[in-house]
Write a protein that binds this ligand. Structure first.
Ligand code: F0G
Length: 450
């Protein structure tokens, strides 16, 4: 197999605390700094690559029959910490499409709009790119059990990778607050699934206690291996743009691991010389789950005040995001922005993305809703190139979609009046007798209105 080595010295990776800079040889089970308690990340030394050689090596792997090369994560392993191949657990994740969104572009008022669809991963969310790497590190660490707290997608992904790697999976989810699609995945992949009578933040608290008592490997995004794997989505995106960065990348913000990972990749790609300048990375939250938005807008990012979160976009129903400091650093380094969007704006944007023949789950649609606001504020200009990171597949949460199109998603909520605006986007199913004439009448009426 061809390799590109970093010429000056051997590349090494170390844990480093994001707050105090401590650089421990190994991490504890909670992946927090033993000195100050903040989060750890991977820092690399000895990177001295020829960018052209690296690009062509990565490209050549696309036609390789090697399992690692076929993964859109492991294909970029030169920029990841080393995990020996015998520990790699892969479902050929990554390799996700970059689509143009012409209708959404027209609606938003921007010329060049793209979707990087991370919902096209093996378990239908962006979590797989981080999970392949973190589950593999758990395998290398000889753990029997892996565990996570989740709003649904992390648990689905972790359960799948654990099953593939012969690890046992413990999932903690907030009862009644995750979609059936995601729950069904965790069950089918064989995880021990506990629905706790609390919210996501409550599940995280229990899990943090658990890892102190039991030899389980924590696979939430505080685990820096998750961040490393998730970095590759940005590398793959830049490759798809032929290494010419778009002006803006827009991502949903929940626990803020994804924005941290994508931003880390952008900074590292610039360091290595793969790109010459940085896209602006902006983070969008739901109004009812907006602690990061408020931290940046109201407190200048000086601190984050946890809140009780509530949004129908259950994936990002998070009031105390673990990686907020990492995300803040990314926002500042890339000169990105934060925005918040309403429940109705999310639902409308989701239907608009669907109407482009792409579709996504509610949490992903905050990106389009946020773009509209960033355009209105003049932060994004109509001729700039924009990429929305769609984090989850449309089929993750069909209940939301059906309820929206039937017109009862907001019935009895405080959003009922505002929801009138989204009516033209609704396409309710029509119940008819099994009668040809009735179908033709519908077809003719639809043709007249089209
Ligand atoms: N979009 C989707 C579809 C998600 O599932 C999540 C997070 C996010 C966006 C936010 O990403 O947390 O990295 O800022 N889901 C987690 C879970 C929390 O448990 O599945 P983030």
């Amino acid at each position: 197999m061809t390799t590109v080595s970093s010429t000056a010295t051997e590349t090494t990776s170390r844990f480093r605390c994001i707050a105090c800079g401590a650089s421990p040889d190994s991490a504890g089970q909670d992946f927090r700094c033993a000195s100050c308690g903040d989060l750890l990340e991977f820092a690399f030394s000895g990177w001295n690559f020829d960018p052209a050689a690296l690009r062509s090596l990565w490209l050549s792997r696309k036609t390789s029959s090697n399992g690692l090369d076929q993964s859109g994560v492991w294909r970029f392993r030169e920029l990841l910490p080393h995990i020996p191949e015998e520990h790699a657990i892969t479902l050929r994740e990554g390799n996700t499409p970059l689509y143009q969104l012409p209708r959404c572009a027209r609606v938003a008022g921007v010329e060049d709009l793209f979707a990087k669809h991370q919902g096209m991963n093996p378990t239908a969310s962006f979590k797989d790119t981080g999970m392949t790497f973190a589950a593999s590190s758990a395998h290398q660490g000889e753990f029997r059990w892996v565990a996570c707290a989740s709003t649904g997608n992390t648990s689905a992904s972790m359960a799948a990778y654990a099953a593939r790697g012969n690890l046992h999976a413990l999932v903690l989810i907030p009862q009644g607050k995750i979609s059936w699609g995601k729950l069904s995945q965790a069950l089918d992949y064989g995880a021990l699934t506990c629905q706790l009578r609390t919210d996501f933040d409550g599940c995280v608290r229990i899990l943090n206690e658990l890892v102190r008592r039991k030899p389980v490997c924590l696979l939430n995004s505080v685990n820096p291996y998750r961040i490393e794997g998730q970095k590759t989505a940005a590398i793959e995106l830049l490759e798809q743009f032929n290494w010419e960065p778009p002006d803006h990348i827009i991502v949903p913000g929940g626990n803020l691991g994804n924005s941290s990972a994508l931003g880390k990749a952008l900074l590292e790609m610039r360091e290595v010389g793969l790109i010459s300048h940085l896209p602006k990375l902006s983070i969008i939250q739901a109004e009812g789950a907006n602690p990061f938005y408020r931290s940046v807008r109201e407190l200048g990012g000086s601190k984050l005040e946890p809140m009780t979160a509530d949004t129908m976009a259950t994936a990002i129903r998070i009031g105390s995001p673990a990686s907020w400091k990492k995300a803040l650093r990314v926002l500042q380094a890339t000169c990105g922005e934060v925005e918040q969007v309403t429940e109705v704006e999310i639902a409308a944007a989701k239907a608009e993305i669907g109407a482009d023949g792409i579709g996504c789950e509610p949490a992903s649609a905050v990106t389009l809703a946020g773009l509209k606001k960033l355009l209105k504020r003049g932060f994004v200009r109509p001729r700039e190139t924009v990429v929305l990171v769609l984090t989850g597949h449309l089929l993750k949460d069909p209940d939301f979609t059906i309820s929206f199109h039937r017109g009862d998603l907001f019935t009895g909520t405080s959003h009922e009046a505002a929801a009138e605006l989204a009516k033209p986007l609704q396409r309710a199913p029509i119940e008819l007798d099994a009668d040809l004439g009735a179908v033709i009448t519908q077809l003719d009426a639809a043709e007249k209105n089209s």
